[in-house]
Design a protein around this ligand. Sequence first.
Ligand code: SAM
Length: 316
Amino acid sequence: MIDRFNRDINYLRVSITKRCNLNCSYCGAKKEAGVELTPVQIEKIVRAFADCGITKVRLTGGEPLVRQDITEIAQRIANINGIKKIALTTNGIFLKKYAEELKKVGVTAINISLDTTDKEQFRAITGYDGLDKVFEGIDECERVGLSPIRLNAVLTKGRNDNQAESLISIAKDRKIDVRFIELMPFSSDGERDELVVTGEEILKSFPDLKPFIKDGTTDFEKSVARYYTAEGYKGRIGFITPVSNRFCSECNRIRLLSDGKIKPCLGNDAVYDIMHVIENEEGLRKEIEKIIMSKPREHSFSCGYGNHHGLNLIGG
Ligand code: SAM
């Protein structure tokens, strides 16, 4: 569906839980589950979204793999007419267990959050000694043929800004894209502008990286991530720069939160409740159309830090 600013809103991110098995400080404090949508409710809402033009769904959280009904949720979504692509964003801890089932029910793309390749740093950032499990999960994704596999890293000054090289080397050796996402102002622990490591700063340190060209073009204008690569690399290096270089005019996303609220813009506090119409197919579709039309022109991160909910609540 085309919104007020001529953007085709076709990508729904579904946060299926606020719960997470890790506790990354920049993401927000651990949350109680609260009310969580059931697989059937999620299916109803996603079907209404599909009727409004959504073709791609990403399951996220909190940590989506803490829900034991994750496979049922993915399968129900896969069966909805109009949904062409289902992706998952996870911290990877439980991925070894679920990768094969998820692939079987139709999940294709997997984003795995990984901020460091150092065991001790991983424990310090996440509060859990789980780096080996994440790598086992990545191996399993490759084994079962999930594709594309992307690693998403947030570098923060003084915390893990020494990790760019070792993360980039993963893309050198494996057909995995490694993407650096700028720290956004969602934290509960007082993150500040000066902690942000920008895409530009990382790029400067790796002069061998050149824009990734496919069919004669970089795709920089069309994609949220700007991709680079270097001679001999199997994967690509991506930069997602919502802070230093906003991409609101290209934004095709809308979010469903784990309690059934809809959030049209990641960087804006407006949320809309739709649970009063969930049993009314037409009412639900009309409500969703209205909400898509309310999506603001651009995010308001520049309003300052601490004004937003943590990403663990919204779904990253
Ligand atoms: N638990 C899943 C995971 O770890 O991928 C999904 C949810 S998590 C909120 C999704 C992503 O949001 C992670 O890659 C995390 O690094 C990122 N994230 C969390 N807080 C962020 C912030 N303040 N700025 C930028 N990215 C953030």
